[in-house]
Design a protein around this ligand. Structure first.
Ligand SMILES: NC(=O)c1ccc[n+]([C@@H]2O[C@H](COP(=O)([O-])OP(=O)(O)OC[C@H]3O[C@@H](n4cnc5c(N)ncnc54)[C@H](OP(=O)(O)O)[C@@H]3O)[C@@H](O)[C@H]2O)c1
Length: 251
């Protein structure tokens, strides 16, 4: 198949693109660096020309301070769905986040934008598959919940059931290849507190900075609302496996 990987240079998208190519698909990347802009819609339909499936692993950045991240996500979803229809793409696989529908997260603008992205895509008339992922182990390395400073690492006390981003990529490609579109929720095998995961990651890298634990922006992040919901597909590795493999490469 010809697969359009939207956000194909990002943390998830680059793994999706590499795996899809490895599995013999023709891959086209849609990012600003390859000349498409989801927020304005520029170049998107042209880049999708001839694609059978689009996998949306983007994380749209607002062009400047006049636009919120919320608007960037919402506008990008509309532009992408519209361009897929225009270009004759049959299916879109959207990467979303597990549990965002819960009222615990009504005050979290980014999650509300992701709900809107899911809805817009479902309303497009395309075959839609939403892959809702739990937080990634890579969240411990780079995320809004973890701040690395010279003398400390400040970590919000999230309670998560992390999945490796490489496993997320494998599920996205699998769903793109599937005969019939469906929704999937995925999570890792173990529930962990994010500060503990960061401590283990630092120890694996012989990094002696102390971890300072702070409250998350909503209670739902710490009270179990982010753990795997009923019916979620559980995909490895566990924390020990991830730390032994991917994290060690960051030494
Ligand atoms: N982190 C987690 O634990 C987690 C869990 C579940 C789901 N997710 C979801 O996973 C998705 C991907 O996240 P990520 O961390 O992999 O993202 P990322 O590393 O920040 O990558 C973002 C990608 O989007 C592209 N992009 C940004 N603005 C764009 C624009 N205006 N037009 C076109 N392309 C644009 C970037 O390329 P350019 O900069 O070249 O444009 C890049 O390829 C997000 O939707 C997020 O909600 C994340």
């Amino acid at each position: 198949m010809r697969i359009a990987v939207v956000g194909g240079t990002g943390t998830a998208g680059s793994r999706v693109a590499a795996l899809a190519e490895e599995q013999g698909h023709e891959v086209v990347l849609l990012t600003r660096s390859t000349g498409t802009n989801l927020v304005t819609g520029a170049g998107v339909a042209d880049a999708l020309d001839g694609a059978h499936v689009a996998i949306d692993a983007s994380s749209p950045t607002p062009p400047d301070e006049s636009m919120s991240r919320f608007d960037a996500v919402v506008r990008s979803a509309r532009n992408l769905a519209h361009a897929c229809v225009e270009a004759g793409v049959r299916r879109i696989v959207v990467l979303s986040i597990a549990n965002i529908e819960k009222p615990d997260f009504d005050s979290i603008t980014y999650y509300v934008a992701k709900r809107d992205q899911e809805e817009t895509t479902r309303d497009s008339g395309l075959e839609v598959s939403v892959v809702r992922s739990a937080q990634w182990f890579e969240f411990a390395e780079r995320s809004s919940a973890v701040a690395y400073a010279d003398d400390r690492v400040t970590v919000q006390d999230w309670y998560v059931q992390p999945v490796a981003v490489s496993a997320v990529a494998a599920v996205l490609v699998r769903e793109a290849e599937r005969r019939k579109a469906r929704d999937v929720t995925i999570a890792g095998p173990e529930a962990l507190r994010l500060p503990d995961l960061v401590r283990r990651l630092l120890a694996a890298r012989h990094d002696h900075r102390p971890v300072v634990v702070v409250e998350p922006p909503a209670r739902g992040f710490g009270n179990g609302a982010l753990l795997a919901p009923a019916g979620a597909e559980i995909v490895g590795p566990d924390a020990a496996g991830w730390l032994a493999g991917e994290a060690a490469s960051g030494e």
